[in-house]
Design a protein around this ligand. Structure first.
Ligand code: ADP
Ligand code: MG
Length: 176
């Protein structure tokens, strides 16, 4: 018997979440983003000058959000792992490359530094460990992989039933 699943695709801004998620839009998945859900469920806060983005009350969203779809769902967003999901994909990117990607996006120096440091210390993982999240986790390095290759790896993991790939970060940028 198969049940519908909600999969979070998370990781520091710039690691490639939205790029990958777009590849799944043709593959019978419902694609959602934390940003849109926050709007839909009235979980947006004030505009934060430092991050240059609207704050999201992710814990309130986690209480309100219920998937309402006919198929499996993928939720895109760097806070998506904090929603009530069945499995988590964490994308990673080498900090020096992430810096280039974010600079191209026109982010402020301050915002680039904050995100590069978050990636450097595996910030997403520290939240997963802090909140004792016990879903199956797949961690993938997007630094030198084409989006298509990442799509294949994720599809294989989904088809294999989201087996636990890792309970701790296998990628350690500080050790490089
Ligand atoms: P996120 O949604 O995680 O913030 P995006 O998908 O918007 O990240 O990607 C950020 C930038 O990195 C974009 O310019 C995108 O073209 C580029 N990018 C994304 N994935 C890859 C990849 N696998 N290899 C090289 N560049 C990538
Ligand atoms: Mg994105």
């Amino acid at each position: 018997m198969s049940t519908l699943s909600i999969i979070a695709i998370t990781g520091t801004p710039g690691v490639g979440k939205t790029t990958i998620v777009e590849l799944f839009s043709d593959a019978n998945f419902t694609i959602l983003s934390v940003k849109d859900l926050a709007k839909q469920y009235d979980c947006e806060g004030d505009f934060d000058e430092v991050t240059q983005s609207i704050d999201i009350d992710i814990h309130r969203l986690a209480e309100k959000f219920e998937a309402d779809s006919k198929g499996d769902t993928i939720v895109d967003g760097h806070l998506s792992h904090l929603l009530d999901v069945d499995a988590i994909i964490i994308l990673r990117c080498k900090p020096s490359i992430l810096q280039e990607r974010l600079a191209k996006r026109g982010y402020t120096e301050q915002k680039i530094t904050a995100n590069v440091e978050w990636e450097m210390i595996a910030g997403t993982w520290s939240e997963i460990i802090e909140f004792e999240l016990d879903q199956s986790i797949l961690e993938l390095d997007t630094t030198n992989c084409e989006p298509g290759e990442i799509f294949v790896a994720i599809t294989q993991w989904i088809n294999d039933g989201y087996s636990q790939d890792s309970t701790n970060p296998r990628i350690d940028w500080l050790a490089e």
